[in-house]
Design a protein around this ligand. Structure first.
Ligand SMILES: C[S@@+](CC[C@H](N)C(=O)[O-])C[C@H]1O[C@@H](n2cnc3c(N)ncnc32)[C@H](O)[C@@H]1O
Ligand code: SF4
Length: 376
């Protein structure tokens, strides 16, 4: 049985104006946090003795803010206490201004084989507008350091629909990513989250977002350019050169089991979903005194599992494997949703090929509607 491991690092140098992920800027807690994390990874290991770890994802927050030795310590603890697959994908998320030659070398030596860098845009004007703590030049230096120590599999996160962003900004961002030979791009359309400073700035009319139409045009431009440069869209927002799809991402969309460690991490194991407390101090205190850090847990009902499998599976361009679906749920999707499938196929929104049901390029524009039709 395979299992993914997710490790959450809830620290950032500063908070970006649009972000509502759980992270704090109290960097004086990082050493205590890493000690607690290592303890949690060790103490949970007995529960996962029968699993083989095929992906490890150290995400955040900003894992690259951790002091030297922390990432090695986390990865070595996992390697010591869990059974690791020989081709295990080990990813670290990072921000350009916290990647140095020294920490890149440490990650490489610890076994990290994929680095995800939060770029968002190559325009310093836009980076400033959204409160990023780095410049485009920081990104260029970061990629240079990553390549110097031997990293080949590098992702950049970029964003669309940023305040005052134009197609020319995106053109320049893509041009640099292609030129730098990045193997993977995650391109997220800005979600204006309530309770973020950006939300207030937009509501107060101090910042203006591009219209939906303009953002859609940018997305279409992105689709065209990534296609021309050999990147496959393998999920709604994810693009990779052949064979560089992110295994961790694919496992999540394919509803594979994963366990999360660290404050605010989420897990999904054998149909049970659970999450750790979202408060760093409390997390450290509870682990130090050998108390539970569980904040929430629920067993997912079969119907909900079916819905999630459809919802997440359709986000991938490969789609839902019909035989696996039938084996897992004892439900033949082609029969139970025969009418809806016929209708959506006739409209050119979905297709079936080689045992997979998937959304067509046209279907991706109305994915939510397709999902509603198939889960209702
Ligand atoms: C949570 S961050 C963690 C990695 C790293 N700290 C960074 O900033 O890249 C991962 C990615 O989420 C995306 N993200 C965060 N908030 C978002 C929002 N409100 N809308 C769209 N994407 C968002 C950004 O592209 C970011 O790179
Ligand atoms: S986007 Fe990344 S760097 Fe910015 S606040 Fe969120 S987690 Fe931190």
């Amino acid at each position: 049985m395979n299992l993914g491991i997710y490790v959450h690092i809830p620290f950032c140098v500063s908070k970006c104006l649009y972000c509502n992920f759980y992270s704090v800027t109290k960097l004086d807690l990082v050493n205590d946090y890493v000690l607690a994390l290592v303890k949690e990874i060790k103490r949970e290991s007995d529960k996962y003795k029968d699993y083989t770890i095929d992906t490890i994802f150290i995400g955040g927050g900003t894992p690259s803010v951790l002091p030297t030795g922390s990432i090695s310590s986390i990865i070595n603890t996992i390697k010591k206490h869990y059974k690791i697959a020989p081709n295990c994908e080990i990813t670290i998320e990072s921000n350009p201004n916290t990647i140095s030659y020294t920490n890149a070398l440490e990650w490489q030596n610890a076994g990290v084989n994929r680095v995800s860098v939060g770029l968002q845009s190559t325009s310093d004007r836009l980076l400033k507008k959204i409160g990023r703590a780095h410049t485009f030049n920081d990104f260029v230096l970061a990629i240079d350091n990553l390549k110097k120590v031997g990293f080949k599999n590098i992702n950049a996160d970029i964003m669309l629909g940023l305040p005052t962003q134009k197609q020319g900004d995106l053109r320049s961002t893509l041009k640099h990513c292609f030129r730098l030979g990045l193997t993977h791009l995650s391109a997220y359309t800005l979600i204006l989250e309530e309770e973020t400073p950006l939300y207030d700035l937009v509501k107060e009319g101090k910042l203006k977002l591009p219209s939906e139409g303009k953002t859609l045009n940018m997305f279409n431009y992105l689709l065209k350019q990534t296609g021309l440069c050999g990147y496959n869209r393998y999920e709604v927002s994810n693009f990779s050169l052949p064979n560089y799809e992110c295994k961790h991402n694919l496992n999540c969309w394919n509803m594979c089991d994963y366990v999360g460690f660290g404050c605010a991490s989420h897990s999904f194991v054998a149909g049970r979903r659970f999450a750790n407390i979202s408060n760093v101090q409390e997390y450290i205190a509870n682990i130090s005194s050998s108390k539970s850090v569980l904040e929430f847990e629920e067993q997912i009902e079969k119907n909900e599992l079916i819905e999630e499998t459809i919802m997440l599976g359709l986000r991938t361009t490969r789609g839902i494997n019909l035989t696996l679906f039938k084996e897992k749920f004892k439900v033949d999707l082609l029969k139970s949703k025969q009418k809806q499938i016929e209708n959506l196929t006739n409209l050119g929104l979905i297709n079936i090929k080689d045992d997979y049901l998937f959304a067509t390029t046209q279907g991706f524009y109305v994915l939510n509607q397709i999902i509603v039709d198939l889960v209702e």
